[in-house]
Design a protein around this ligand. Structure first.
Ligand SMILES: Nc1ncnc2c1ncn2[C@@H]1O[C@H](COP(=O)(O)OP(=O)(O)OP(=O)(O)O)[C@@H](O)[C@H]1O
Length: 609
């Protein structure tokens, strides 16, 4: 077995060696005080029957009290000194790990859940290695040696029997425990990291998962991981229980062996009792090595990850620990796990794909806080299948709230949304994502490949579907330029993409959603320059096709002349509605805004040419 991670810890702990040695000696002192206490108390009990001289008795009684108090004091100071040394080492390690992660993040960002797991659990492995393995391990070895010497002084054969028992308890049993624990332990740390990543995705990406009907699949995946982790931990606990049982058996057997050989060697009766009890205490101290070995085996994965991180050159890419959807043609996710059941977008179904959807929003009112102004106040819209409707208005007018109501994310206080004659709440929740879907405000990009992010929009999408949507969003050239193509990792929340590329990826994913239903687009061209924004909006609207309704929320008014109706919202109410030509031709918010934007763009073009 290569001890590279331990060597890394050793190197980092070297400046604190004096403190660690002190803690080890104090731990050995505690064990020795315990052993001496048992031996003296036994001697006192056994010899009291023979009525020894009072001064001898008094000395033994004082010794028992002093050892009992001393043991407590030693234990306390050992804990204090050990933690002081270990926490100093851990502070150093955590600083270095943080610096290493920060340096690598620029080149190969990892999932924040995994980063957190590295910074917390893996670094704690270093602390545990020092406090639960090295210090008690060193103390057990020292106490064992001194106990063998003590027993040999009484009778060499007794020393030999004790040495045999201590070898079994302190070497064979710990090795067995380490081997049995290591197999499961190697899988626990990465699984914990992946589970932490799942937690981040389930919280940060909750709205998107719900919008695309992928919440169940993501929850199932996290649940499967949690169950696997629980199973592994149960197995580790069972191994621990079995090894502990063997330890107790061994302790009794060693004591019996020492007792037998000491009696055969003609050792005095009182001393035989002292030897037997002292043996129990010495074996118990040696059994601490079993716990230390188990901890060591469990800590190795975390230690290895810390050592790798501190040793790796900056920017070494790593494979992400979790993925989302997967290609229908791909048998496994990139983590090698089986495919999750209930793929996102299942709700789209053949029935939804074939049907055209007529949507009516009737007198919808919504108030988030009471008292407080309404976010929506009696809003009505008619969205015939295949229509193009844009919702505009000043910031805070209620545009995103309207999309929230339409996608079922927010329940209105009054009014209703009717889809092909059915009230929205009466539709099964898993069908809604197949009918209404798209790009919502604060959309989340998952730390997965381009393909997996897109398949969240429609799980069964073919490569042609993906290429069509990505091309409409103006990202196809970029995907083709990437060495990994569709399998390019985009980083957590698209951290490895530019703002515009991230937005285009989100738009492409939205275009894949609800293929024959209602496509909602909340600020799809945000962050793109005016020219690109116009081109992307035109191609995205065209990509929606004749059957799909498009409901666009935008601050940018250019390109809306291709829309059937524009609704101007203000303070939750419909302030105006009509075509672009009608609204731009009459006084009001729309015309003011239109003139302001065209002037600003003229200036922009003048400066940039
Ligand atoms: N989750 C919420 N809790 C409380 N109030 C909210 C919430 N979401 C929106 N609001 C409030 O409702 C009103 C409408 O917000 P909404 O996000 O729908 O406006 P918007 O027109 O989309 O604005 P913007 O153009 O700035 O995105 C605002 O006054 C906002 O503060």
């Amino acid at each position: 077995m290569r001890l590279r991670p331990e060597r890394t810890v050793w190197r980092l702990a070297r400046p604190y060696l004096g403190r660690l040695l002190g803690a080890g000696l104090l731990a050995a002192g505690t064990e020795l005080a315990g052993l001496a206490l048992l031996a003296t108390a036994t001697w006192l009990l056994v010899s009291a029957a023979d009525r020894p001289p009072l001064d001898t008795l008094t000395v033994a009684i004082v010794a028992v009290r002093a050892l009992a108090i001393g043991r407590g004091v030693l234990r306390y100071t050992e804990r204090l000194a050990g933690h002081d040394a270990a926490l100093r080492v851990v502070t150093e390690v955590r600083t270095r790990v943080f610096a290493a992660l920060a340096a690598r993040r620029t080149a190969a960002p990892q999932r924040s859940g995994d980063l957190l797991s590295r910074l917390v659990s893996d670094v704690e492995a270093v602390q545990d290695l020092l406090l639960r393995v090295l210090v008690p391990g060193a103390a057990a070895v020292l106490v064992g040696l001194l106990a063998v010497l003590g027993a040999s002084a009484v009778a060499p054969v007794a020393g030999l029997a004790l040495a045999g028992g201590l070898l079994l308890a302190g070497v064979v049993l710990p090795a067995l425990a380490a081997v049995l624990t290591r197999r499961t332990a190697a899988r626990v740390a990465p699984l914990r990291g992946a589970l932490a990543g799942d937690a981040v995705d389930l919280t940060a990406g909750a709205a998107d998962l719900a919008a695309f009907g992928a919440t169940r699949a993501a929850l199932d995946r996290a649940d499967a991981r949690a169950r696997e982790l629980a199973g592994l931990e149960r197995r580790t606990a069972a191994v621990g229980w079995a090894v502990d049982g063997l330890g107790v058996l061994l302790s009794g057997a060693t004591s019996a062996a020492v007792l037998t050989v000491a009696l055969r060697a003609g050792v005095d009766g009182v001393l035989v009792g002292v030897l037997a009890v002292g043996t129990l205490a010495a074996v118990e101290a040696a059994l601490a090595l079993v716990g230390a070995a188990r901890h060591w085996a469990r800590l190795r994965t975390g230690l290895t990850r810390v050592a790798d991180l501190l040793a790796a050159p900056e920017g070494t890419p790593e494979t992400p620990t979790g993925t989302f959807a997967r290609s229908p043609g791909t048998p496994e996710t990139s983590t090698g796990e089986p495919a999750p059941s209930g793929e996102p977008g299942d709700g789209s179904g053949a029935e939804e794909v074939a049907r055209r959807w007529h949507c009516r929003v009737e007198e919808v009112s919504l108030r988030y806080r009471r008292p407080g102004p309404p976010a929506l106040d009696g809003v009505s819209l008619d969205l015939p299948a295949g229509s193009r409707v844009a919702v505009v208005g000043p910031s805070g007018a209620g545009k995103s709230s309207l999309l929230g109501v339409l996608t079922g994310m927010v329940r209105p206080d009054h009014g209703r949304v009717v889809l092909n004659g059915v009230d929205l709440p009466d539709l099964p929740v898993d069908r809604l994502p197949g009918i209404v879907g798209g790009l919502l405000a604060e959309a989340h990009v998952f730390h997965a490949t381009v393909r997996e992010n897109l398949l969240l929009g429609r799980a069964g999408a073919t490569d042609d579907d993906l290429a069509g949507a990505v091309s409409a969003a103006g990202l196809l050239d970029w995907v083709r330029q990437q060495p990994a193509g569709w399998d390019t990792i985009v980083g957590e929340d698209g951290g490895q993409l530019s703002g515009g590329q991230r937005q285009r990826l989100l738009l492409a994913r939205a275009l894949l959603a609800a293929p024959a239903g209602i496509l909602v687009l909340d600020e799809p061209t945000e962050g793109l320059d005016p020219g690109a924004a116009d081109a992307v909006l035109a191609s995205a609207t065209a990509h929606a096709g004749p059957n799909r309704t498009v409901l666009l929320v935008t601050h940018r008014l250019s390109g809306l002349d291709r829309y059937d109706e524009i609704v101007v919202l203000d303070e939750g109410r419909i302030a105006d509605r009509g075509s672009h030509a009608e609204l731009a031709g009459r006084p009001g918010w729309y015309r003011d805004q239109w003139l302001r934007q065209t002037d600003a763009e003229r200036d922009y073009l003048a400066i940039s040419t």
